[in-house]
Design a protein around this ligand. Sequence first.
Ligand SMILES: Nc1ncnc2c1ncn2[C@@H]1O[C@H](COP(=O)(O)OP(=O)(O)OP(=O)(O)O)[C@@H](O)[C@H]1O
Length: 622
Amino acid sequence: MAPSWGRRSPAPAVGGIGRSGGGGPWAEGQKGPVRRGGGCRRLEDSRQVQLHTPRDPWLSGPLEYRPRGPPRDRGSGVPLCFHLDNAVIGALIGRAGTKIRELEDSSGSKIQIVRGASEAEVKIFGNNDTQNKAKMLIDDLVKRCGQNYPEDRTERDFGKCYSTESCRDLVKSGIGSHKSVINWASLRENKAKYEAMKWADLSPVEKNFYKESPEVSSIPKEEVEKWRKENNNIICDDLKEGEKRHIPNPVCKFEDAFKYYPDVMANIRKVGFEKPTPIQSQAWPIILQGIDLIGIAQTGTGKTLAYLMPGFIHLDSQPIPKDQRGGPGMLVLAPTRELALQVEAECSKYTYKSIKSICIYGGGDRKGQINVVTKGVDIVIATPGRLNDLQMNNFINLKSITYLANEADRMLDMGFEPQIMKILLDVRPDRQTVMTSATWPDGVRRLAKSYLKDPMIVYVGTLDLAAVNTVEQKVVIIPEEEKRAFMRYFIDTMKPKDKVLIFVGKKLTADDLSSDFSLQGIPVQSLHGNREQCDREQALDDFKKGRVRILIATDLASRGLDVQDITHVFNFDFPRNIEEYVHRVGRTGRAGRTGEAVTLVTRNDWRIASELINILERANQV
Ligand SMILES: Nc1ncnc2c1ncn2[C@@H]1O[C@H](COP(=O)(O)OP(=O)(O)OP(=O)(O)O)[C@@H](O)[C@H]1O
């Protein structure tokens, strides 16, 4: 019985023919695939056609495509075949197969298309005349699509079904000489070549400035292990493949790291620090040897200085004088404007060989930032967005960066990974990179793997989460509707010297609560991403200087903000995840001080409350 087209059918109750998930919703009256099962018949001349019609997203996967009427003269039976880029297959087939049928009718041939990963194989059945006519019609269609045959088609491709003469005819007819579609395969093959060309004329870079003092190198192994255990359970590892390198002994005095750098020692004496923090003690001997480092340490334990001090020495010790460097030598990436400004403030605390730094951040004076960068600067502390802007507009040359530092974890959960990758395209691959973080979630691990080279890693505190055990942490289970009253009670019972950072989940809540407090005559400030940059800086300044003792903030303020005398963190809304909790609580109890955190937990927060209890147990809080 002559095969007939299946009627356009509603999505069949049983799986549609060939297509995963049942027949598509064909337009009324359109011929559609015949359903298999439930009354459909396989045909001796059925053909698999893989429809990929971007306009019809439901059309994906193999469909049974049956010729109208009995198969016509198939000529020698040998198909005329060639490859097309998948991008044109949709146009060739047309909506629900209309175009391909039109081509078959016009040429009297039968056409089969099987879509592959990146291209489709087209086979034309019929005699020579019908095959050539169909081929011509397809060529016109493809040209109209603006696509061409990839010019790197070799005889292999055409010759597979063509005789050599017809392959040469095709080339003669100019088919093979068309502008090619992007040849990703050759780009991949040549990536190494392109990279080598891009970085061919790099100036030499020096990275190893460490001279281990006899006192340090003579510390017995057992003593080193004991010291690490006693100092927040420091764990070190060499992530380099193959033979592991020696992890240098920690330096317990500033002199052990910087005695050959009197300017650094002068700075440290000026700020009055007594001894290095655990992360600094272990990180400095590694970084000063030019090894990439991942530093995981609790909040408020001096990670900024851990990369800043070696950065100063690195900058000042390069063989190329800085006025010939052609751009900044050190880049620090920070996730928020406040943190970038804070790192810059920390940087400016230390004067080292007239090293100049600038903070590049959104909301800041773009023109002013461009002027300073153009005039010449040594250290750029930047948020990724504004840096990308200056980078893409060629206002800053990142090729001269040889020392890169960044606070990784917040970068990730603020979705900065694409911008970071864009920035790193222009930073030389033989740079030194230091990545710090107070938590070590999978995303940070992935990021570290993608842009550090043979790093060592120093964990200070617990491995997975650096619970802050210098902070007394309380959890209050409370109904949502009682939270405001409880917070008001907390505020009313604050002591004169208390300074509290209140975290909320939404900007709107921050505005709402701060206006409530203002109406009640309680001086507060608020900090969130919708406020103007100048207001954000004013709010932080008022809080730092004590003009207000209550700052209501979103998690914009949870990373890195270093306000010395915060006595309490009040989590009005529970954070999105435990890392966020750790960072919020880390805003108090910093640099060896103690603090208090109060966290309100409602029924809605219950799903991660158990993880929080786990943290509190590890921090000996419950
Ligand atoms: N060796 C030290 N001794 C005493 N205080 C220090 C020392 N090193 C840094 N500090 C001070 O400790 C405070 C916290 O330092 P920093 O902001 O670098 O901590 P952090 O680990 O980066 O915190 P976060 O994870 O929140 O970013 C700063 O005020 C800094 O000046």
